[in-house]
Design a protein around this ligand. Sequence first.
Ligand code: ZN
Length: 280
Amino acid sequence: MRYVIIRDDDTCALTPVACLEELYRPFLQRGLPVNLAAIPRVNTRAVWRDGSPEGFRAFASGKEPPHLALADNPDLVGYLKANPGFRLALHGYEHTYMEFQRARGADLVHRLDHGLKFFAQAGFSPPTTFVAPYDQLSRAALCEVTQRLPILSTGWFELGRLPVRWWPVYLRKKLRRTPHWRVGTTRLLTHPGCLLSHQRDLSRMLDTIRRALENAPLTVLVTHWWEYFHRGVRNPAYIDVLHQTAALLASEADIRVISFDDLLHPDAALGEALRASGLG
Ligand SMILES: [Zn+2]
């Protein structure tokens, strides 16, 4: 059995319900869970390194208050609660540029604890999983995040940014060549890049995904909802690729789509896949 986790980043108070509904109804209808890495209190003026607006501002008017908590969008909160196929992961705090690459522990603690508070304030259960904006974490951030949440999903790990006490376990992971690893009760997952990205060749995307899933016991597929509506313009061809991905995942008898939360309560088959992928 091969397992797949779908991770969509950047849901926040600026996300129109209609976007999530169009993108993910075919997944939910097939019983495939979708993990939304959600920003608890979004910075509505967030910009890229070059100063251009963040993609998740695609539908913002520019007249919003500087920050919006999830609870400030009751339509979105109600929609997510009404559709339990969506599972929420904590995606930073306000998603300012490289927010969790900072070194100062006190600042990171503030962001994490307030992020969790804003999740609770919106009535969501405590998240099990953390996703850093841009998948970038400092050593201090790794320590603070993993003291609070049992699962971290990111792009890759570098020895130089890991807590020194993790080094022996990391070196064992490198020797075993597993994609994921575990330190005590902390599950550390990598992903093979954003295979579903509007910057990639749409005609080859499905094949690339199919290849990535081959022989991989557990794969995290990452995408961003706003890329299908870049700058507010709907991209039907790209949306179609996402929907073909749902059909592919549902049609393969030996593929099961799971949520991050499922990693904490594996049945026998998933337990086997977790051991093979480094999470056992
Ligand atoms: Zn993000």
